[in-house]
Design a protein around this ligand. Sequence first.
Ligand SMILES: [Zn+2]
Length: 370
Amino acid sequence: MPSGYKHGDTPAKAMVRGTISYLESQGLPVNKSAIFRHFDLSRSQGYAALNTSSTPKSDDPEWGETRGRPSKIAESDLQKMEQILWDEKYEDVSLNWSGLAREAGLEMNCNRRTLHRAMGTLGYRRCLVCGRTHTHKRHREKRCDFARKALRTYPLKEDWRRIRFSGELHFGFGLDGRMRLAPRSGEKLCGGCEQEMGNVWPRDIRRLHAWAAVGYGFKSELVFYDPSTSPKGNGAMSMADYCDKVLDKVVKPWLTASGPLSFVLEEDADVFAHGSASKINLAQQWKDTHGLRCSFSCGESPDLSPLESLWPPNKQWTSDLLKDWEDDTLKQAAREAWAGLSQERVNMWVDAMPQRLQLVVELNGSMVSW
Ligand SMILES: [Zn+2]
């Protein structure tokens, strides 16, 4: 089950929690009794709804929470490091985690994993509101290599029309019908945009995970799944589910319908980079057996994926469908958002792929805006 919602929960109880967590996140006064009354709950029902085991997990940096980060690092230290990652001065410096901590003047010793969890990637920053980007030196080199290779393999827009870009979409649901797509690990708000009212997403009351693929004249259905229970899961799909729910049930019929030469499945390098070796082999066996042609995305490059590029500003919007937070309602709202990704815009985006890669090379690997 997604965090924040349990069996036996009623929408009213989830709303009570959502309301209180929102008020707390904004530093506003919280009058619990008044909130319980508003949702027609008795005091005991109200307090039962607040029992801590069911409050949303807040220490998950993949979700771009700016509050409730792991307490091992002070918020002020995180901010100093974040500023460095946005600072032009450092764009040409190959910083690693300890270098970053040193530059920020941090005196504690934090291990790499803790910093990585708290900060997201070191490779790039892209502001979800104003579009400002920073791409760090080592990441720029990697992106240039990828772009040159991709242009050699697929020089023409017709080549890109055969690619089906695939990946996982993590939907978050907030108050008042608000929805968002979880940002990628370098997608944040820049200092200025973070100060503006309404840009910071307070908290997900519920989450929903789906796999999807899109390409020229092509759009899959959303394949909903329960996230892997592994500690590093972060909403990722388990390999068993990937083989069964995606490759076998969804991709196999495509192969049957149009033949293995008709398309190439692009997979998200970031998701697979975190998988164990055995995970990769299972899927690899399937691909070999069925003749599925695959390639990996560039990695940490949301500018090179239509699945990341074509959403509303700040990857947030309001859905009229969200009258409650029942499973079916959330799925319906996610399907509606997916339907809103117009095929025409996807087609234009795909056809611009050779130009976009050329631009990556010309800009020495910097992120390309769209
Ligand atoms: Zn900004």
